[in-house]
Design a protein around this ligand. Structure first.
Ligand SMILES: [Zn+2]
Length: 231
């Protein structure tokens, strides 16, 4: 899971939706049945997405917009490099990973049931990464870090607490969280906020906390290794 930064760029509340209240009604009568058919036809066309599937060794990439499809080779390059880096680091990425780049926010939130401010997610059962439009990631200069982060989640060991998984994924991806870590927070509360973040700021602070805790864990592990190596 990766959160976004800054204000929502996704037009929450409906792009271009404007209230019709206050406008004078047309005096012409309108057949409700015809209107329903026209609306249904419009919605069917709007919701129909022609998914394009592209394959490379170890990965299947699904896109549904020409704009995203332009970045296919870049995405595959990042995924292949990340897989190699994970293996070198001792992790076990799945043999086949599906990456689904959603063409709009509605498609993404419907598929993942995540809020708009979570930009991407990894499903360890399906070995699948779901992402918002690539342009959203490219504008934040976070395409590579996002893919590395999510692929890490698919390769991480079973049974890690959520904070450890997020902190380790951020460190593997090269993230440097700028949010202020949460203070005096219990592990259970941090787990709850990471699993079900109420808003973007809290998610960013919870992720920064996970990053900090993993840093401390790694420092103490190094300390005990040095301790253990003493005669
Ligand atoms: Zn994550």
């Amino acid at each position: 899971m990766r959160g976004g930064r800054g204000a929502s760029p996704f037009g929450l509340g409906g792009r271009g939706a404007t209230s019709e209240a206050g406008r004078p009604f047309s005096p012409k009568p309108c057949c409700p049945a015809l209107l329903a058919i026209v609306l249904l036809a419009f919605l069917t066309t709007a919701l129909a997405q022609s998914w394009q599937t592209t394959r490379a060794p170890g990965f299947v990439l699904q896109t549904a917009s020409a704009e995203d499809a332009r970045h296919l080779s870049e995405v595959f390059g990042i995924l292949q490099r990340t897989r190699r880096d994970l293996i070198v680091a001792g992790y076990h990425p799945p043999a086949l990973v599906r990456v689904v780049v959603h063409p709009n926010l509605k498609s993404y939130t419907t598929a993942t049931r995540l809020p708009w401010f979570v930009l991407s997610a990894a499903n360890r059962i399906k070995n699948q990464i779901d992402s918002q439009r690539l342009r959203v990631l490219l504008e934040r200069k976070s395409l590579e870090r996002t893919l590395r982060h999510e692929l890490f989640h698919l390769a991480q060991p079973e049974g890690w607490p959520r904070w450890k998984a997020e902190g380790m994924a951020m460190r593997f991806a090269g993230d440097q969280p700028s949010a202020r870590p949460l203070e005096n927070i219990s592990e259970a509360e941090l787990e709850r906020l990471l699993t079900n973040p109420p808003n973007q700021e809290t998610l960013n602070r919870a992720m920064a906390t996970a990053f900090l805790w993993v840093g401390r864990l790694q420092t103490s592990n190094r300390g005990s290794e040095v301790e253990g190596s003493r005669p």
